[in-house]
Design a protein around this ligand. Structure first.
Ligand SMILES: Nc1ncnc2c1ncn2[C@@H]1O[C@H](COP(=O)(O)OP(=O)(O)OP(=O)(O)O)[C@@H](O)[C@H]1O
Ligand SMILES: [Mg+2]
Length: 375
């Protein structure tokens, strides 16, 4: 059997590993229950998908139907429609891929009969499900299915679209208009839209020219407080029989700034170092080593971001100043240019505002990485 990772990395975390976020989670859950649709946009790897999946677990406990559609995994319009249909029908059938089961089961009369019985009232047009059929009608059917299902069951339904900004890549620029036209009629469904490209998300939800203008409430994702991290990290190390004094743990959170994934990576590297060295106790020294290893592990990712930023030379200059802890604005450059560079860096999720004219890195480890390159 595969051993569970002590510190979860590289994907949504399970209920026990969600550090803090309790208030935010219950606020999200309540608002969705009240029928309020919500948008969460935030940089990569800060825990959006983890939050959404936990909200869905809670909503199911409240008796809601739920559906989760990850736009990154979808290739075209048909795939999009089928993913929505599958995610909806799973509430009834308990099967992940009901549609392929339905199609594959046609020969197995008994199997298909019992499945079809469960779905009898939904008026699924099986011919639409076949390949090469009218995709547009299939998509219309799919987009209305959440409300249809909720109405038939007299239940509330919550649908999550992860990486929502990808919808136009998948189904063309007109897709937002089409979705809005359907969703605004839905009385029993609330929607949670997640996106990692903040500029695109902003455009979809905050531009008065866009179909989704004011459709959903946009909420900022709060950071994880330092004390919550410290409690969690100490508890985790203890569960593996390792002693973690508060100073060492605090040092980890100080170095990572509490960035969700970076903190987990450093913890994981510290843990593996302790195992390799057969040590039983964290120290500032082992934290340092874990940190260096984590920085090394993150370097390909950071290099990719740097390449992307270098496409606009101006933002490079501004970023260097912020990296060194200097003010973003400089006498040598026109304020408008600097502002544009700052906006660009913010939409890329690299920096965030921390005061008037003052900006800080979203990911302190990225700042450290650039600092070392500069020196
Ligand atoms: N609340 C949390 N507590 C602890 N760790 C977290 C939390 N949220 C996220 N993480 C860490 O961050 C990683 C990424 O989480 P998740 O996939 O939910 O983020 P995301 O914002 O959806 O990322 P992406 O932009 O890649 O889709 C997790 O594997 C975990 O290491
Ligand atoms: Mg995600």
């Amino acid at each position: 059997m595969k051993k569970e990772k002590l510190f979860p990395l590289g994907g949504p975390v399970s209920e026990e590993d969600i550090v803090d976020r309790e208030n935010f989670l219950s606020s999200l859950t309540n608002r969705l229950l009240e029928g309020q649709s919500i948008t969460l946009a935030g940089p990569r790897r800060i825990g959006k998908t983890s939050l959404a999946l936990e909200v869905l677990r809670r909503l199911r406990k409240e008796g809601c139907y739920t559906a989760f559609v990850d736009m990154f995994r979808i290739s075209d319009r048909r795939d999009f429609a089928l993913s929505i249909i599958d995610a909806c029908l799973e509430n009834r059938t308990g099967i992940r891929k009901t549609v392929s089961e339905l199609i594959g089961n046609i020969k197995n009369i008994a199997g298909s009969a019992s499945l079809a019985l469960k779905l009898r009232d939904l008026e699924i047009d099986f011919r639409l499900l076949e390949r090469d059929r009218d995709e547009s009608r299939l998509l219309d059917y799919a987009l209305d299915l959440p409300d249809e299902l909720a109405r038939k069951e007299k239940k509330q339904m919550v649908v999550v679209f992860d990486e929502f900004q990808e919808a136009s890549r998948v189904a063309g620029g007109e897709i937002y208009k089409k979705m809005r036209a359907h969703f605004q009629m839905h009385k029993n469904v609330s929607y949670l839209f997640l996106g990692s490209k903040e500029d695109l998300m902003k455009n979809i939800f905050a531009s008065s020219k866009q179909a989704f203008y004011r459709f959903a409430l946009t909420l900022p994702i709060p950071p994880i407080p330092e004390d919550a991290w410290i409690e969690y990290i100490a508890r985790k190390f203890a569960s593996a029989g390792l002693t973690a004094d508060e100073d060492s743990v605090r040092e980890i959170v100080k170095l990572t700034g509490g960035h969700p994934q970076d903190t987990m990576i450093v913890c994981s590297e510290v843990y593996h170092f302790l195992l390799e060295a057969s040590e039983k106790k964290l120290s500032l020294e082992t934290v340092r080593i874990g940190y260096e290893r984590a920085l090394y592990a993150l370097s390909p990712l950071f290099d990719r971001i740097i390449d992307e930023l270098n496409e606009t030379p101006h933002s490079g200059k501004v970023l260097k100043r912020i990296t060194r802890g200097e003010r973003a604005y400089s006498r040598k450059e026109h304020p408008n240019e600097v502002k544009r560079a700052i906006d660009f860096l913010m939409t890329k999720g690299v920096i965030e505002k921390s005061g008037r004219g003052v900006y800080k890195f979203t990911e302190p480890m990225f700042q450290e990485y650039i600092l070392r390159e500069l020196s």
